[in-house]
Each structure stands twice: as structure tokens, then as C-alpha cells.
Design a protein around this ligand. Structure first.
Ligand code: PXL
Length: 272
């Protein structure tokens, strides 16, 4: 079935993340992909100095109002890195007016990694992200983002009790379905935990090297596959396997260190 999905995130012109990842991936899944660029940066903010940042908050409000007038509706809304807390209100307005009945708001709270907020984000952004994430049907945080959403202490090393605690806290706080990424209990493996009505862990090989943008690849592939199959756990697994393949592919090219070479693997998604 041909689905129309809206994705709201920044454009990092160079750097293989956010919209330059989401648009080709969702299109490869044969979904009609509508974009709303929340901000425009010269590069992503990790490892580049003096990147430019152009705030699009004003413009995206006008775009949203036009869409409401035209009644352009969506089968799903998927958000990533937004850039400003005001953008959350735009997304919520789009959800109220243009998300079709029984359709899902999927939120990747893309704001932190390794226990630290991305440059330029503050507590106000975290508070606003809590509001958006609670409205979402599915959220895709990593451990750092989960801790920020829940005011839980971030730990580098943890066990299953800690992860279970995170899920109970998500549920206590009214969050719906959670897919926690980068859950690793030992040095050899990592994986994703899907928490819907119960908890399922998909564990796979861990590669020592980490790349920027893999969270965006993961979320985009998850959304693409979930809209195709409507199968939560299978989509979470599929996205993990695809992301791992992207890392393996990129490692063949040691000079490529700012993102992953996901384009070379898009044929896997298209052919399915
Ligand atoms: O991959 C998340 C992301 C998206 N967009 C920008 C970023 C980051 C992570 O740092 O800097 C601009």
C-alpha cells in the first residue's frame, strides 16, 4: 500500500544525517515522503567547527498553515532532530489537524548521545521533547535520550534491571511504545529493546567503531519497514540489521568518518 509520510527534521547539507538520510530511505521503501525542514545547517554538529545554523521555525509555521488549508493529510508523522523547542508546537498542531485516524506519530527524540546533549540544546528543549514524546505512539530513544526524558541517571555500564527500570518509568509517565536503541550488556553485543506490552530484546554483534548518523538511519529504516509491514518487533530487527550492514560497508573506506555509506545498501530495501 502506498503511504504518505511526513518527516520533520533539520537539513544538514553535508554529513549524512537527518533529512538527507530519511528522504532517500523512505522513498526507497516506496513511501510518498513529504519533508518539513526545521532548520538548515552547513553540516551536522558533531566534529565540525563553525557550522552555520538557519532557523526555519517561522517558515515551517506558514507551511503548516498552508497544509491545513489544503487539507494535506498523512499516514504517519516521523520527527527527528528539530533544533528549537518551538518546533514541537508545530508538530503537535500538524498531528491534531493532519494525521489521519489510526495513524502513528513516531518520534526519535534525537538530542543526545554518550550521556551528553548535542551542542545547542538545553533543558528547555528536553522539557519540550518530553511533551512531544508523550504524544507519540512510538518513540525511538537511545539510552542517553531515555535518561533525559525520564530524569534518570545515565550510566555507561548497566544491567537488565536498569533497563527494566527505564521501561517501568516510561510506563508510569504515560509513554506508549518504546524502542530503546544501543542497549549493550557486554563488549561483544548490542541491540534494541522493544517495549510494548512486554519487553523483547534483539541482540546482535557490536562493532567497536561508531559513526554519526546511525541513529537516523535506524529510525528511518524502522519507520519505512513498519509502515510496510505493521510489525513492530520485525521492523525493529530489520532496522538494526540494516544499520549494522551500513557500518560494515563504511568501514571498508577508512577515510569516510562523518556518516555511513547507507546509499550503497538502499537496493536491499527497494527489492524487498
Ligand atoms: O543525527 C542527529 C543529528 C541531526 N542533525 C544534526 C545533528 C545531529 C547530531 O548531532 O547535529 C544537525
Amino acid at each position: 500500500m502506498y503511504k504518505r509520510i511526513l518527516t520533520v527534521q533539520d537539513i544538514s547539507c553535508f554529513g549524512q544525517c537527518s533529512l538527507t538520510v530519511a528522504l532517500p530511505i523512505l522513498s526507497a521503501f516506496s513511501h510518498e515522503t513529504v519533508i518539513l525542514p526545521s532548520s538548515i545547517l552547513s553540516t551536522h554538529t558533531m566534529g565540525f567547527k563553525d557550522f552555520t545554523f538557519h532557523d526555519m521555525s517561522n517558515e515551517i509555521n506558514k507551511i503548516k498553515d498552508h497544509w491545513i488549508k489544503e487539507n494535506i493529510t498523512f499516514d504517519s508523522i516521523y520527527t527527528g532532530y528539530l533544533g528549537k523547542s518551538e518546533d514541537v508546537d508545530v508538530v503537535l498542531d500538524i498531528k491534531r489537524n493532519l494525521l489521519r485516524p489510526n495513524s502513528k506519530l513516531i518520534v526519535d527524540p534525537a538530542m543526545a548521545d554518550f550521556g551528553h546533549l548535542y551542542p545547542g540544546f538545553d533543558n528547555d528543549y528536553v522539557e519540550k521533547m518530553k511533551v512531544l514524546a508523550k504524544e507519540a505512539d512510538i518513540i525511538l530513544p537511545n539510552i542517553s535520550e531515555a535518561c533525559l526524558l525520564l530524569d534518570v541517571e545515565y550510566k555507561e555500564k548497566y544491567d537488565e534491571t536498569y533497563v527494566r527500570g527505564i521501561f517501568y518509568k516510561f510506563k508510569e509517565n504515560g509513554y506508549k511504545t518504546i524502542i530503546l536503541t544501543g542497549v549493550s550488556y557486554d563488549d561483544e553485543s548490542t541491540g534494541v529493546v522493544v517495549f510494548d506490552t512486554s519487553m523483547h530484546y534483539y541482540k546482535h554483534r557490536k562493532i567497536a567503531k561508531s559513526y554519526h548518523g546511525t541513529g537516523d538511519v535506524y529510525s528511518s529504516v524502522f519507520v519505512g519497514q513498519y509502515l510496510r509491514s505493521n510489525d513492530l518487533f520485525e521492523s525493529a530487527k530489520y532496522a538494526a540489521d540494516f544499520t549494522l550492514k551500513c557500518i560494515e560497508e563504511t568501514m571498508k573506506d577508512p577515510s569516510h568518518n562523518y556518516g555511513v555509506e547507507f546509499e550503497k545498501l538502499l537496493y536491499l530495501v527497494t527489492k524487498q
